[in-house]
Design a protein around this ligand. Structure first.
Ligand SMILES: Cc1cc2nc3c(=O)[nH]c(=O)nc-3n(C[C@H](O)[C@H](O)[C@H](O)COP(=O)(O)O)c2cc1C
Length: 244
């Protein structure tokens, strides 16, 4: 049996998307040209459209344009050249905002009445899933419960600890960060995602919300000279894909 789908004639939007994704590279040298606020706003709106677990949107973005703050972020980013960008967006994941988010979903529901099933989900199911209790004691109990229940039927086994909640938040936030990068790319601006930074020192420069997990700092701007360091390298598709 063939392991690949036959290549068909792709739609115009599929071609546009391919060229957008292909054109994005990690850019490490930027010009000083500022990114217009309207573009930043639009890209953030597109980041917000990313899917998230139970639609709880466990992310936040700190937009840094102030030259003094940008200067201070350079050593925080270990002096790497991408950090000399005219715009840096710090992307945070939040494992502790789910309760407020459940309330907000019900408060902001975009129909005159919140459907009963939705109300039940955000008032009961989601809190059961995400409340790990003080120091994670509930999570510990849930892990034992789930292990027993799992003998009889399929069960959702995570997140059932504070650490798993962090992973839970980071997963959705990374999707928002990717939306953000592609959005800037579509406006002709380049980006470099950075995890090479000092988390502790970041808190001395930005008012990082309590419990926030800095997922990445996104450098944004117009590409400068020799902006991309290396040719693109990706592993062969068949090395990373299993078809069943
Ligand atoms: C989570 C994450 C962290 C990264 N951190 C850095 C970084 O600190 N500095 C940097 O120059 N590039 C960083 N990169 C960029 C990668 O090195 C780059 O995406 C990879 O080499 C592939 O190149 P491409 O994006 O141009 O295809 C990071 C990328 C990701 C996804």
């Amino acid at each position: 049996m063939s392991t690949t789908a036959p290549r068909t004639e792709f739609s115009a939007s599929a071609k546009v998307f391919r060229s957008l994704v292909e054109s994005r590279r990690a850019v490490r040298r930027f010009t000083a040209e500022a990114v217009p606020k309207a573009v930043i706003q639009e890209c953030l709106e597109l980041a917000m459209l990313a899917p998230s677990s139970c639609n709880l949107q466990p992310w936040s973005f700190h937009v840094v344009r102030n030259p003094d703050l940008l200067q201070q972020l350079q050593p925080v980013c270990l002096g790497q050249s991408a950090a000399k960008a005219p715009l840096i967006i710090a992307v945070f994941a939040h494992s502790n905002t789910w309760e407020q988010a459940c309330a907000d979903v019900l408060r902001l529901w975009p129909e005159p009445a919140v459907p009963k099933a939705i109300e039940h989900f955000y008032k009961n199911s989601a809190p059961f899933q995400y409340n790990q209790g003080w120091l994670g004691w509930r999570g510990l109990l849930k892990r034992q419960m789930v292990r027993l229940m799992g003998f009889r039927r399929p069960v959702m086994r995570t997140p059932n600890s504070l650490e798993q909640m962090r992973l839970w938040a980071v997963k959705s936030t990374a999707l928002a960060a990717q939306n953000l990068m592609l959005a800037f790319q579509s406006h002709g601006y380049s980006t470099c995602p950075m995890e090479g930074f000092d988390e502790k020192r970041l808190k001395q420069v930005l008012p990082v919300p309590k419990g926030a997990i800095p997922v990445m700092l996104l450098a944004v701007g117009m590409p400068g000279e020799r902006a991309v360091y290396n040719p693109r390298l990706r592993f062969p598709l068949n090395q990373r894909v299993a078809w069943h």
